[in-house]
Design a protein around this ligand. Structure first.
Ligand code: GLN
Length: 619
């Protein structure tokens, strides 16, 4: 008779609405493999023989810290050999790789876990078999003496994200029957792999194997391995990235003893099993899996646990060597400033310089993860076109950066510096870890700028181009109304009449000139200095210099729709709206000319806005 599936169980948060498909899948696995009763509970350690053979729990921890649980995921059992990877990582970080690697090999032995065979140098083959694991416990004992076991227990607790207990009965049971491991211990001492008290080292080893975990703990511990040593639930960096990657290496080649080759061939996920019935599988950058089911096959691996791993790997195609990625997806937009200038409204002279030299500023907007291949692709895209004078890399949609990606990017910056190209980064904060990585590798380079807003980066780049081609701007110099774009085409007489209506106003840097929501009762013509227009939420709409109107929407709308601030000391001509209306009646031709200029101004803004949108949507 087919067993009915167990109820769905979940992590700490109850599901609202539908069930995630991954939880459904794990539940299906549980239902499908629960009837599997082949294999036998380990009893060479007598106390282990008391486990309930029907217990079956599956837990999967994601790298964003969610834990799925199905079945008996809260039943404690002893960690046994699944302690080996963690104690190896701990030894690497505690004693240094050189010391550890000088006495423990990293080759698969092809032997069972309890084999009493050493390699040609009389060292353990690897840290995943008993000989290597006992050697690791010996190293920790060498460094920490009597505190060794407590040191290990606490380290494993950091991987699990909680304090872990010990099953004293299982410990005592193994200690009284563990002569085979004692034989290995003494063999290690004659070969100087263990230097001090063998008996004490073995007690540390037996105790570490008797640490109590649940399937959930194992999933979180595995996820920490898959996450470069950062526990995704607690956020703690538990071990160094070096120790973690080397641990995963030996799990890959030797984690499943004499089944290791077949395991990695079929399932392709670094894993470790324990005779207590646990299997731990850590797929780097993806997930951690913990399963518990005490019936073991002839290699000492949990029968149902293997089936769960097989099903997960096959169903979602998770074999770690079955991967591809398209680096070309990393560039979301690539353009020069010709069709996407900054929001700074430029004077005619600046406009003509920028129109002639817009090819000098290239903007590359990136998205997603900046990996080795992504950055390589970007560097080739850059090289494929004539070299610009300035390149803006917009990173605001970059969600992650690998070390390889950051390194290549830094090398690209050096390459650009060698060709006197200025690099401007936007969308990355100086406080971010990604920036730190880049900064470390670009020390000494003076051609890198950082503006958080892309628009500010483009504006700065435009200024460089304007200066380079002789368009130096004296912001303090006062201009008169005849230089106003909105008033183009007016006669001298009309301008003189208009000037008689204007009051000259002065503003200090950062003074608010116009506030959103106020009645719009006047228009302004910027006479000197720089002002900017922003929406109340802080989005900058435009930066204006002398010769440009602001508050001109008063001609169309009764209330101010944006704020205007002075960027530096500024002066403006202010004309009350009612005076302006009177002027329009007296000079109908000039009035019509101004309204036509206004329509042109609005049309230009719209065309620009459309072009910017198009850049992002046309891929
Ligand atoms: N404590 C067990 C032993 O040394 C661990 C073995 C295992 O889990 N494979 O025999």
């Amino acid at each position: 008779m087919k067993q009915s599936p167990p109820p769905f169980t979940t992590g700490p948060a109850a599901w609202i609405g539908s069930k995630p498909p991954l939880l459904r899948f794990l539940n299906t696995c549980h239902a499908e493999f629960a009837p599997e009763t082949s294999g036998a509970v380990a009893d060479y350690i007598p106390e282990l023989g008391k486990a309930d053979p029907d217990h079956f729990g599956i837990s999967l921890a994601t790298l964003d810290g969610h834990v799925y649980e199905v079945g008996d995921t809260q039943i404690p059992f002893t960690i046994q050999s699944m302690s080996k990877p963690f104690v190896f990582a701990l030894a690497l970080d505690t004693l240094g790789a050189e010391r550890v690697e000088s006495v423990i090999g990293v080759e698969p032995s092809g032997d069972p876990f309890n084999s009493i065979r050493l390699n040609a140098e009389n060292h353990p083959f690897n840290p995943m078999v008993n000989a290597g694991a006992i050697a690791c416990s010996g190293l920790i004992h060498e460094a920490k003496g009597d505190a060794a076991f407590e040191y290990i227990r606490q380290a494993l607790g950091r991987f699990a994200g909680r304090d872990l207990d010990v099953d004293d009965a299982v410990y005592a049971s193994e200690s009284t029957t563990g002569d085979r491991n004692r034989a290995i211990g003494y063999l290690l001492r004659t070969n100087a792999v263990i230097r001090d008290n063998v008996a004490a080292v073995l007690e540390v080893y037996f105790r570490q194997c008797a640490i109590l975990v649940t399937a959930r703990d194992i999933a979180v511990m595995a996820a920490t391995l898959a996450n470069r040593g950062i526990n995704p639930v607690t956020g703690e960096q538990v071990m160094s990235a070096y120790a973690i990657s080397r641990t995963l290496s030996v799990m890959t080649s030797s984690g499943m003893y004499d089944y290791a080759g077949e395991w990695i061939y079929r399932i392709g996920i670094p894993a470790k099993s324990g005779v207590g019935g646990g299997i731990l599988a850590a797929l780097p950058a993806r997930l951690g899996l913990g399963s518990y089911s005490p019936r073991l096959d002839k290699h000492g691996n949990s029968v149902r646990g293997i089936k769960v791993c097989e099903a997960l790997s096959a169903h979602y195609d998770l074999h770690m060597l079955n991967r591809s990625d398209d680096a070309r997806n990393s560039i979301i937009a690539d353009y020069n400033i010709g069709n996407s200038p900054s929001r700074r409204v430029r004077r005619a002279q600046e406009q003509s310089i920028l129109a002639a030299h817009h090819q000098d500023v290239r903007v590359i907007e990136l998205v997603g993860t900046l990996s080795f291949s992504n950055v390589d692709y970007v560097s080739r895209q850059l090289a494929a076109k004539p070299r610009p004078q300035l390149v803006i890399f917009d990173l605001r949609r970059v969600t992650a950066m690998t070390r390889a990606g950051a390194r290549l990017l830094a090398e690209e910056f050096r390459e650009l510096a060698a060709h006197h190209v200025t690099v401007i980064l936007s969308g990355i904060r100086r406080s971010s870890p990604d920036w730190k990585m880049i900064a470390d590798w670009t020390e000494g380079l003076t051609n890198i700028r950082n503006y958080y807003l892309l628009d500010a980066a483009i504006e700065w780049a435009e200024d460089q181009v304007v200066y380079r081609y002789g368009g130096a701007i004296d912001f303090f110099e006062a201009t008169d109304l005849s230089e106003q774009s909105l008033l183009a085409g007016l006669t001298d007489e009309e301008l003189t009449d208009l000037a008689s209506l204007a009051a000259i106003k002065s503003y200090q840097a950062s003074e608010k000139i116009i506030a959103t929501g106020e009645p719009a009762t006047s228009l302004f013509f910027l006479r000197s200095g720089v002002v900017h227009v922003t929406l109340p939420d802080g989005i900058r709409l435009a930066t204006l210099t002398a010769g440009m109107p602001f508050g001109e929407m008063a001609l169309l709308e009764p209330r101010r729709s944006a704020d205007v601030f002075a960027d530096m000391a500024a002066t403006a001509y202010e004309i009350p709206l009612r005076d302006f209306e009177r002027f329009r009646k007296q000079h109908p031709r000039a009035g019509e000319r101004i309204m036509r200029n206004l329509a042109q101004l609005l049309a230009d803004r719209l065309i620009l806005a459309n072009a910017k949108l198009n850049l992002l949507t046309s891929g």
